[in-house]
Design a protein around this ligand. Structure first.
Ligand code: ZN
Length: 137
């Protein structure tokens, strides 16, 4: 990754961290909360399902810019996707943050590729996905 690309990715994470999308409760939706005691991140993720499709996703909680930005980007990405799609995206994100395998289907979430160099922050990035997985049961 070039220094310019790294700076751009950093900027996207900070932008979503400061002005997160989909930060609200969804009444009547499936929900699950996950905490990351190492950093103090606490996220509740909501998913409204219509059959097998996640028609809307949102989150509430507090945390570092990485945790909030990941939840913000993830809730935008998974809206309109099937459970199967989300399982694939979840696995792709895991590969991105652990070994740095890029995946265009992750969209803005590719900004987290640099996290693999900071193993203690990985949990911040994956917390929203863990909560979503739990919410989808
Ligand atoms: Zn964190």
């Amino acid at each position: 990754m070039t220094a310019d690309a790294a700076a751009l990715y950093q900027q996207r994470i900070l932008d979503h961290g400061r002005r997160p999308r989909n930060r609200r409760a969804l009444a009547g939706a499936s929900e699950a909360r996950r905490d990351n005691p190492l950093c103090g991140d606490r996220l509740t993720v909501y998913a409204r399902l219509d059959g097998d499709v996640i028609v809307e996703a949102a989150f509430e909680g507090d945390g570092c810019a990485i945790a909030i930005a990941s939840a913000s980007m993830m809730t935008a990405l998974v809206a309109g996707r099937t459970r199967e799609d989300v399982g694939r995206l979840d696995a792709a994100f895991e590969r991105l943050v652990t070994v740095g395998v890029p995946a265009a289907e992750l969209g803005e979430l590719e900004a987290f590729a640099g996290i693999r160099a900071f193993p203690v922050r990985r949990k911040c990035a994956t917390l929203a996905w863990e909560a979503l997985r739990a919410a989808l049961g």
